[in-house]
Design a protein around this ligand. Sequence first.
Ligand code: ADP
Ligand code: MG
Length: 431
Amino acid sequence: MTFEDLKLTRQFLNAIEDWGFEQPTEIQIKAIPPIRSGQDLIGIAQTGTGKTAAFLLPILHLLKYAQGTQPRCLILVPTKELVMQIVSHAEHLSKYTDLRVIGLYGGIGPKAQAQEMEKGKDIIVATPGRFMEIYFKGVIDCKKIKHLVLDEADRMMDMGFMHQLRKIFEIIPNKRQNLLFSATFPERVEHLAEEFLLWPTRVEVSPQATPVETVEQFLYRVPNFRTKIDLLVHLLETDESMERVIVFTRTKDYAENISKYLDRKELGEVRVIHSNKGQNSRINAMADFRAGDVRILVSTDVSARGIDIPEVSHVINFSIPRDSFDYVHRIGRTGRAFRAGTAISFADHTESYYIRKIEDVTKQLIPVLELPESLFIHPTPKSEKQDQAREIDKQKHREDPNYKGAFHEKKYKLKGEKKVSRSTSNRKQNK
Ligand code: ADP
Ligand code: MG
């Protein structure tokens, strides 16, 4: 199957060729014809399978050329990084047309985007919040919107965009083509689909949430943060195949501290992205990483959702994501379209719980590797032990909502509050 077989017109075939795509991916083969024929469609395919071009190509095709000033297509995505990525994709693919694309996203003032909008655009790519903000400035005329795309629908549901999406559905014409793309299809996405798609065609290219087959996965069991850091340094020092590594951490503080530490160890260029970093710093970090000038990118997983990072050799989960679907997304950063990669996870004993959930979702067991012999196993500091005990309590509570917890809650009373030891009575109850 070639792009020619998909009957795209010359200007798109040329753009595709310039970009170096040789053949369409499976989701592209399956989604392009029905979208071109105007159908509503749900597309489910793992991260890195080429979903963006799967909806952009047929839409660009339907829009053909610039027309008037009112936008005709609205693409909604969860993060600003994703907006920028899709805009860039659209610019590549439409380079031999005069179609006009704009990205609307937060983190910078709305004024410039509103002014740009007034010049007339054919396609808007936006986060829901910023779209509404600009809409209320009165510079978006929605009457001509004929195509709506929700990309990374699972992420949008996770991030609580439902309310904003409903508002947007109200202000755009009812008569339109609706497309929904997602890496996974959990129940909340199904509800969203039921709410806004009309007799959709459903195309799915691989079983739900199965990690890309080209990704090798491994797990190290590591007792604490300090030992995790040493293991990370050890791997970066000894494994030369780690050419371009992305390290995912749970919190901004972890991301910041780990990146500083790695920087001091001189293991190659390091950048960090998290939500406290300014917009420019994040864009620059991503650009440097993408250009291959940076070996290590440390990121919180929220900042990295849906970003297209080509040719990542390794993903390291410094902490295990609480949401199994995040794991699938994270490891999807390696093994992007037609490339192989490795995903390595570090789990302390409290994180085994999340590993089990991931293994349930992916229906694969992650092979466990022995810790390197030379690695010093630090004792777990008291404060970390307490955090771990609290985490275990939380997990037990989640499994059994009647579970009250054996951990001394009095330690977490605010100053000035009366200290009451609930733990003694709880323990009695649990016996
Ligand atoms: P998804 O949205 O499914 O996660 P993307 O659309 O971001 O995936 O595409 C992932 C990567 O694959 C991008 O770098 C993109 O340029 C590349 N890609 C997409 N389609 C093709 C193709 N037909 N041939 C080669 N590379 C492709
Ligand atoms: Mg995508």
